[in-house]
Each structure stands twice: as structure tokens, then as C-alpha cells.
Design a protein around this ligand. Structure first.
Ligand code: NAD
Ligand code: DAU
Length: 351
């Protein structure tokens, strides 16, 4: 079959990537979707079991730092577009070891940009770079991140993502590479690796383990359902303007402690536990170094220009998420039985 586009989705076996792959494979049978993923600890092909046999889906195991592999895939599969999600994504791991973040997030992104530039000498193409609101730094009590907010990254993770964003823009200005960029707030949903706040808390509540809240739990995050992030990426990829960035978020700010308490109440109901039982598991632990206080996104540009809106409220999305984890206990058991245990012990024992 002749496809209208061949889209290379990097990091398609990860949390957000698997939702983007699923959406594109099922909604666009006229596109060939190539999932290019190194399968690090965060990549899991089980995230894509429901689409792996679709004829327009292909998986290629590869590292975006490996230029010859990228060249081979671009040439053999005639890649026309890129949606770039592959990254090291966890702030705490970046504090323990920044170099892996430099390699994948900076060097890997530049490698991919170079390959796209060299392969796309004519025709219509899009290189969509998926980034984060963390590049803007940390907010005080007031204000929202806008696309024009100056970059002020403060963790090794956000510094590496900010660097990759600058390279993406540099390739647009210098070489005319047709880029688009999106900067999204915190995602939550199914298939989320349990090193991140929400799935970690869900897993610990299920197992009646301590719920480690950093510092006083007063830091604020702006949460968006991952399926809505995937639909924003789909919208920007198709209709966003070349050379532009779009902020993605749902105006949904929560302090960490309020969120954890809400999750405890929801799960006590779902698990048939006494009201207030899970809240007793909350344990305040040593704060994250350089912990950004508040993130909050102004997504007006995306809403007004491209008519995108989140499809669920936070309460609805969180309930769907908790239900998924309760119904897919084997997914999380498999992940948490391996090297995750060592990670958890090194991060949380005697914290
Ligand atoms: P994740 O850690 O769940 O998944 C990352 C994926 O990238 C994994 O499948 C992994 O195997 C793959 N990968 C890592 N290094 C690679 C390499 N060198 N070559 C090829 N593949 C590699 O991450 P996520 O949470 O799904 O985030 C995806 C993207 O979205 C990242 O770029 C992240 O910065 C961005 N983002 C995440 C959030 C969030 O809340 N999770 C919010 C905004 C933006
Ligand atoms: O804002 C977008 C970013 O959101 C993405 O770019 C990152 O890839 C993604 O990991 C996420 O970063 P955060 O650092 O905000 O997410 P995390 O889930 O690690 O932490 C959310 C908040 O919860 C943060 O304030 C730290 C706190 N926390 C986290 C963990 C893991 C705790 O209090 N306890 C914990 O055990």
C-alpha cells in the first residue's frame, strides 16, 4: 500500500509516546507509523499490544544517538515526518546522573534534526518536537507560562530539554527545517511509569506502602490527561504553523499534598477501605534538590488558533486512570518486580 505519510515517532514505547502511536495508527490508516525506540527502562512494548498487529504499524528498536541507524530507517522506510518524544524524562534521575540526559535529550535530538535535514531535500515535511513546560522554570503565586516566557530551566532534565528546544529552533532559522514545537504541563493516565508522582502513589496505596511527599507538599503542578496531550500533538502536527511553539495544558493546578489526599479518598472508595485509611500512609520526606515551586500553562494560543480543548475534567481523568491501574495489576507488577526495586530503594530508603 502507498501511504500518504510515513511518520517516525521516537519514544513511541514510552508513556506519552504509546498514546500518540495508538491515536495515529487507529485514526490514520493512510499513514505508516514507525515507532523508533531504544527500549530503555521506560520503554515497554506491552504498552502497544492492542495496535502491534495493525498493518500500518512498524516497530524499530534503535537509539536516536545512533546516526547510521537513523539514516538506514529514513532511507529504507522513506520517512516523511517526525514526531519526536524520545527522551530521558524523570527529574529525580537527572539529579542523580545528568549525562544520560545530555546524550539522549541534546545529542540525540541534534542527530535526529541532522538526519531530517539531510533526508528532506524537497517536498512537504514536519518535524514536531515534543517538549515540556519545565523549560520556563518556576512560577511564584501569580502568572502563567506563555509561549513568549523566557526560558529559565533549573534541573538537569529541564536544562537538557531547553537545550534541545533551542537546537530545534536553530534548525528552523538556520536551515529552514520545517519544525513545530509543543510545551506541555504534567501528564497523567494509563501506562505511566511508577517513578512519577501519580502512578507511584497509586501503586503504594494499593500495597499500603508509605506515600513519600517531598518537602511540605506545597509545590504546584498543572495536570493534563495524557489522551488530551496526544490529541493536542495530533492537532499541532496537522494544523500548527511551521516554526511555531504551542503551550499545552488544561488550567488544572493542584498542590501535591491536595492531589495525594484526593487520590487517597478516591482509592479508599474504589478499594472498599475505611474513609481516611490511605491518608495515614502519607509521609513527608526530604525535598527534591532545586524543586521548582509552581508550573501553570496558558494554552490560549492552542485553543484560539487550533480550537483544541481537553476532553475530560481532572476528576474524570483520574478516575479512569485509577480504574486502569486496578484492572491492569500485572502491568505494574511486571515493572515493579525488576530493576525498579533497586531504583526505589536508592531513592526512598532513609530519605
Ligand atoms: P518516558 O520516559 O515514559 O518515555 C521515553 C521513551 O523514550 C521510552 O520509550 C524510552 O525507551 C525512549 N527512549 C529513551 N532514550 C531513547 C533513545 N536514546 N533513543 C530512542 N528512544 C529512547 O517519557 P514520557 O513521559 O512519555 O515523555 C515523552 C516526551 O514528552 C519527552 O520528550 C518528555 O520530555 C515530554 N513531556 C513529558 C511530560 C510528562 O508529564 N511525562 C510532559 C511534557 C512533556
Ligand atoms: O511539567 C512537565 C514535566 O512533568 C515533564 O516534563 C516531566 O517529564 C515529568 O516527569 C513531570 O515532571 P515533575 O517533576 O513535575 O513530575 P513528578 O511526577 O516527578 O513530580 C510531580 C511533583 O510531585 C513534583 O513536585 C515532585 C513531587 N513528588 C514526586 C515524586 C516522584 C513527590 O512529592 N513525591 C514523589 O515520590
Amino acid at each position: 500500500m502507498k501511504y500518504d505519510k510515513t511518520i517516525l515517532i521516537t519514544g513511541g514505547a514510552g508513556f506519552i509516546g504509546s498514546h500518540v502511536v495508538r491515536l495515529m495508527v487507529t485514526k490514520y490508516p493512510n499513514y505508516r507509523i514507525v515507532n523508533f525506540d531504544k527500549l530503555t527502562y521506560a520503554g515497554n512494548l506491552k504498552n502497544l499490544e492492542d495496535v502491534e498487529n495493525e498493518s500500518n504499524y512498524t516497530f524499530v528498536k534503535g537509539d536516536i544517538c545512533d546516526r547510521s541507524k537513523l539514516k538506514e530507517v529514513f532511507e529504507e522506510l522513506e520517512v516523511t515526518d517526525v514526531i519526536h518524544l524520545a527522551a530521558e524524562s524523570h527529574v529525580d534521575r537527572s539529579i542523580e546522573g545528568p549525562m544520560e540526559f545530555v546524550m539522549t535529550n541534546v545529542v540525540g535530538t541534534v542527530n535526529l534534526l541532522q538526519q531530517a535535514k539531510d533526508s528532506w531535500t524537497d517536498g512537504d515535511h514536519v518535524f514536531h518536537h515534543v517538549s515540556t513546560d519545565e523549560v520556563y522554570g518556576s512560577l511564584g503565586d501569580e502568572g502563567l507560562f506563555e509561549e513568549t516566557t523566557a526560558y529559565d530551566p533549573r534541573s538537569p532534565y529541564s536544562a537538557s530539554k531547553a537545550s534541545s528546544d533551542h537546537f530545534v529552533k536553530a534548525f528552523y532559522h538556520t536551515y529552514g527545517l520545517p519544525i513545530k514545537m509543543s510545551n506541555c504541563s504534567n501528564n497523567y493516565g494509563s501506562h505511566h511509569f511508577p517513578e512519577k508522582l501519580i502512578p507511584l502513589m497509586i501503586n503504594n496505596i494499593v500495597h499500603k506502602k508509605p506515600l513519600p511527599v517531598y518537602g511540605k507538599g506545597e509545590n504546584i503542578r498543572d495536570w493534563l490527561w495524557v489522551v488530551d496531550h496526544a490529541s493536542a500533538i495530533e492537532t499541532i502536527f496537522h494544523n500548527g504553523r511551521i516554526g511555531e511553539s504551542y503551550n499545552v495544558g488544561g488550567l488544572n493546578e493542584w498542590t501535591n499534598i491536595d492531589l495525594v489526599k484526593y487520590l487517597c479518598q478516591l482509592m479508599d472508595r474504589k478499594l472498599g477501605r475505611e474513609e481516611g485509611e490511605s491518608e495515614q500512609l502519607i509521609t513527608y520526606v526530604k525535598d527534591r534538590a532545586g524543586h521548582d515551586m509552581r508550573y501553570a500553562i496558558d494554552a490560549t494560543k492552542l485553543e484560539n488558533e487550533l480550537n483544541w480543548r481537553p476532553s475530560v475534567t481532572f476528576e474524570e481523568g483520574l478516575e479512569l486512570t485509577v480504574d486502569w491501574y486496578l484492572e491492569n495489576a500485572e502491568w505494574i507488577e511486571e515493572i515493579t518486580s525488576g530493576s525498579y526495586r533497586e531504583y526505589y530503594e536508592s531513592m526512598y530508603t532513609n530519605r
